[in-house]
Design a protein around this ligand. Structure first.
Ligand code: FAD
Length: 429
């Protein structure tokens, strides 16, 4: 049977199917095959075989977020999207771009940069277009351009039964099928295999300034972030860096500050310079110290906080706008004397922070629990995106989930045989 399946997969995929090796394991679960389709049709043919033979399938982009989410319950076939990387269309006049799911975000930005445009999806980890959409991973520009689901205007996907479906289109106002693209955004590959994505672009403003201030404590960080978010100055991004060991805004000098807040303002060159001056005044008046204006971002801007801490546990913590101070205090109380170091980096004006935790397993697991208990104070969720195996064994990655019944019903409808990344998503979906 295995030989027959293997032959069928090879035929479906133009011979681009390999037996899997240890390096192809997803969180320790090793598949039997890795297939690299070169077209949506080939991807569909692979999934049809998987549906026929009950093979569990997980998509793989550039692997930057492959460890995010739960361990696959089972895994037979990895569909590698690296050959699904074609630039299909860049309609610069319409600010629309369409490419294969495997195209790297860096390449996308290069494709559109020449026309003075950009894609507002800039997750710290980079990765592929499909991977960013599947994990709904955003970065600093989310404040200005919206979340991933706001930027995706259409997609082509392969359903669990191997049928190709199209949702949305390249017309930004097209509403037909729009919800399918939104539904798949952030579903961690559990509802369909995304092969092509259409996104909306934005012009890159000509003037840019970063205004960076030290924040002495949790109250100052919250006050400054809120003041900027509520101001008329329309920043493009507001980023917070709290390294967890007291350092200065640049991350080097031991000034004793809690961390740094940095604000990106963009626009016409003169306008950006003027906005930067006003942001600087606002920060100085609302808790910021040592305020500096620059034409380059601080070194930590938009970076992957987990990359700075080998083997750490990575959390995504969400909060309401007024929740910055309560969250930072909860983090500080939970880490105090717990033997855990927490390095927070994120976007306080959109309410999404990433926190890298370092410490022994019991202490990290206890800290996640304590933060969840405190999460009422910042009205958010604490999700474990990634972590060592022993931490994964000790904590519920997603925490309490509302509407799980509805989500399970959606999963049953889309993938009744539980073939697509089973177990990867919230509630074991
Ligand atoms: C089986 C299934 C059913 C779905 N049903 C619906 C639906 O009925 N209506 C709808 O609008 N969308 C639905 N989705 C889509 C999914 O919920 C969206 O991707 C999510 O709403 C995106 O949220 P966000 O853009 O705010 O991303 P973020 O807030 O950045 O979240 C990122 C991802 O993590 C998930 N997540 C993380 N932690 C939790 C948590 N503790 N509780 C819940 N989710 C968490 C989010 O859903 C999302 O997928 C469904 C997805 C799946 C897989």
């Amino acid at each position: 049977m295995t030989t027959q399946v293997s032959d069928d997969l090879l035929r479906a995929c133009d011979g681009r199917v390999e037996p899997a090796g240890d390096g192809d394991a997803v969180l320790g679960t090793r598949p039997r095959w890795v297939a690299s389709p070169g077209s949506t049709e080939q991807a569909a043919a692979l999934v049809q075989i998987a549906a026929r033979d009950g093979l569990a399938v997980t998509a793989r982009g550039s692997r930057t977020k492959l460890r995010w989410g739960g361990r696959p319950e089972r895994l037979d076939l990895v569909v590698d999207t690296s050959r699904l990387d074609a630039l299909v269309e860049h309609a610069a006049g319409d600010l629309v771009y369409i490419a294969g799911a495997g195209r790297s975000l860096a390449q996308v930005q290069e494709d559109v940069g020449g026309a003075g445009q950009r894609l507002g999806i800039d997750p710290p980890t980079g990765g592929s277009l499909g991977g960013a959409v599947a994990t709904a991973a955003s970065g600093p520009l989310r404040l200005h351009h919206g979340a991933v689901r706001d930027l995706v205007i259409g997609m082509t996907l392969v359903r669990a039964d191997g049928v190709v479906a199209h949702s949305g289109g390249k017309v930004v106002k097209n509403v037909a099928g729009y919800d399918l693209a939104k539904l798949l955004t952030g579903s961690f590959g559990t509802l369909g295999l995304v092969t092509q994505v259409a996104v909306r672009l934005h012009p890159v403003p000509q003037g840019r300034r970063w205004v960076t201030a030290s924040v002495a404590d949790e109250a100052a960080a919250g006050t400054a972030a809120l003041a900027v978010a509520h101001s008329q100055l329309v920043p493009s991004a507001v980023e917070l860096e709290v390294p967890g060991s007291r350092r200065g805004a640049g991350g080097g000098d031991p000034t004793g500050a809690l961390g740094a807040l940095s604000v990106l303002v963009e626009g016409h060159p003169d306008g950006a310079a003027e906005s930067a001056r006003r942001v600087a005044d606002l920060l100085a008046a609302s808790g910021g110290e040592d305020v500096q204006v620059g034409e380059e971002p601080p070194s930590w801007w938009g970076g992957d906080v987990a990359a700075d801490h080998d083997g750490c546990t990575l959390l995504r913590v969400t909060h309401v706008l007024t929740g910055v101070t309560p969250l930072l205090r909860a983090l500080s109380e939970a880490t105090s004397g717990a033997g855990v170091r927490a390095h927070l980096r994120g976007s306080p004006a959109v309410g999404v922070e990433h926190v890298a935790l370092e410490g022994d397993t019991d202490a990290v697991a206890a800290l996640v629990q304590r933060l969840r208990v405190a999460s009422g104070g910042f009205d958010g969720q604490v999700v474990v995106l990634d972590g060592p195996d022993d931490v994964r064994d000790r904590v519920d990655l997603w925490g309490p989930v509302q509407a799980l019944g509805l989500m399970r019903a959606v999963k049953d409808r889309f993938d009744p045989g539980r073939l697509l990344s089973p177990g990867r998503f919230v509630g074991g979906i």
